[in-house]
Design a protein around this ligand. Structure first.
Ligand code: BJ8
Length: 423
């Protein structure tokens, strides 16, 4: 592996602490990922890109920046990738998924705040991740209270733009959201000096649709019994979707899918046929948050679906292709994004229907409702989801956790008891 210390020093990272962070990840990755049996060969690419996520990928982003591309750090799947790309920009997900940076955030932010937000803030504040040094600007959104108030503080450190997301999806919400999408297009044009033409936008709509279709294809193979890929590996692919180059990522996902297709045809899986099939539903899994998947799969079950923004909510629904006008394309983008069923919306009945559909499609034996600590919207929405799942007789386990390791033993015990219940 190339030595990137010179690059990290130029970015102003705290090298000692950054090394400490990366050194800590190596053994965890070995234990959680590399020790798995029967991994598809196509995972080698995702192992490689994960190992280079602070190295080669950052170098690529800096080279793109040098050539005039704008790097845009985002925290939510509501920020339209197609528009960023149409202005020659690069869309990069920068949510935090590590406990490492949380003590840094807690020196400034309240402790009783979602770990996803604290982790991101801590990395930025303490300069322990290049993902907060490279972007030209960051885009936040008014989803939950934690996020929208922390963006006000981010603004003191880095250039920041906030998109307003409506609370509901009725007529007023739709109008507001379309206006926000148009304003964001103007912001990208202003930042890049590039005028977004219908042709440019169509090209990027097609590219992002291809990426979403590749992920949908990957998830389709997980419907097989036995599944040809572990939940942990599929999760890693979903996480890398936020970092990698769109075209390369799409190609690599399709390559692993070709391999999975052959496995499914031959009836080859990573576990025995009949292994309990689990869906995890709720908050996103920012890289490197793997603890729940690891606990489930260590307990002898397999995760076959994530109803999550790092999962189905990222790739479900495509932007309509072929609208002839720029206005029509922006409307198609706004329509597609407003179909994402985040718990920040009220009402949010569509999410419950989506969960029921996943249960049927992925032949789920049990659902884990997952909330990050202090995520009020997902944890409160658990009440309605739990009731709906009870009505169809679906076993449910509710887990509220953070990125720390203190509760791993307790989690393992609860998950094992759940497995006994559903086996
Ligand atoms: S569309 S899920 S990516 S907002 S987990 S920060 S909601 S307190 S991340 Fe999300 Fe967009 Fe919604 Fe998806 Fe707040 Fe909850 Fe934390 Fe969350």
């Amino acid at each position: 592996m190339e030595d990137y210390h010179g690059m990290w020093a130029e970015l102003g990272l705290d090298l000692e602490r950054h090394d400490e962070f990366l050194d800590g990840l190596g053994p965890v990755y070995q234990e959680i990922y590399l020790s798995q049996k029967f991994r598809p060969k196509g995972m080698e690419y995702f192992d490689f890109i994960t190992s280079e996520v602070h190295g080669m990928r950052i170098k690529e982003l800096l080279e793109l920046k040098e050539k005039g591309h704008r790097i845009v750090g985002t925290f939510c799947v509501y920020v339209p990738e197609e528009i960023v790309m149409a202005a020659n920009g690069v869309w990069v997900g920068v949510c935090g998924g590590a406990q490492f940076s949380i003590p840094d955030a807690e020196k400034i932010l309240p402790r009783n705040l979602c770990p996803l937000v604290k982790s991101a803030f801590g990395f930025m504040e303490a300069k322990t991740s290049p993902y907060y040094q490279v972007p030209d600007f960051f885009v936040g959104e008014t989803t939950c209270d934690g996020k929208k108030k922390v963006w006000e503080i981010f603004e003191n450190y880095v250039p920041f733009y906030t998109m307003e997301i409506p609370n509901s999806k009725g007529h007023v919400g739709k109008k507001l959201w379309l206006e926000e999408v148009i304003k964001f297009k103007e912001k990208m044009e202003m930042e890049s000096g590039i005028s977004i033409t219908p042709e440019r936008l169509e090209e990027k709509i097609l590219a992002v649709n291809r990426k979403r279709k590749a992920l949908a294809r990957l998830f389709d193979y997980r419907k097989a019994n036995p599944p040809p890929i572990s939940g942990k590996d599929a999760l890693l692919v979903s996480q890398i979707a936020y970092y990698d180059d769109t075209h390369r990522f799409t190609e690599k996902v399709n390559t692993i899918c070709d391999e999975l297709e052959k496995r499914v045809r031959k009836g080859v899986g990573v576990v025995e046929k009949g292994t309990p099939r689990i869906m995890i539903s709720g908050c996103p899994f920012a890289l490197p948050f793997w603890k729940i998947h690891h606990a489930v799969e260590s307990a002898g079950a397999i995760v076959v679906c994530e109803e999550s923004c790092v999962g189905t909510r990222y790739f479900n629904n495509l932007v309509d292709e072929g609208c002839p006008t720029l206005k029509g394309k922006l409307k198609a983008i706004a329509d597609r994004y407003l179909k994402i069923n985040c718990s920040c919306f009220t009402p949010n009945e569509e999410r419950i229907k989506e969960i029921a559909q996943c249960i049927e499609d992925f032949r789920i034996d049990g659902v884990i409702l997952f909330s990050l600590q202090f995520c009020l919207t997902y944890s409160i929405e658990c009440v309605k989801v739990r009731e709906a799942l009870k009505r169809i007789g679906m076993p449910v386990l509710e887990i509220e956790t953070d990125y720390g390791e203190q509760d791993i033993g307790q989690l393992q015990t609860r998950i094992e008891a759940f497995m006994e219940q559903i086996s």
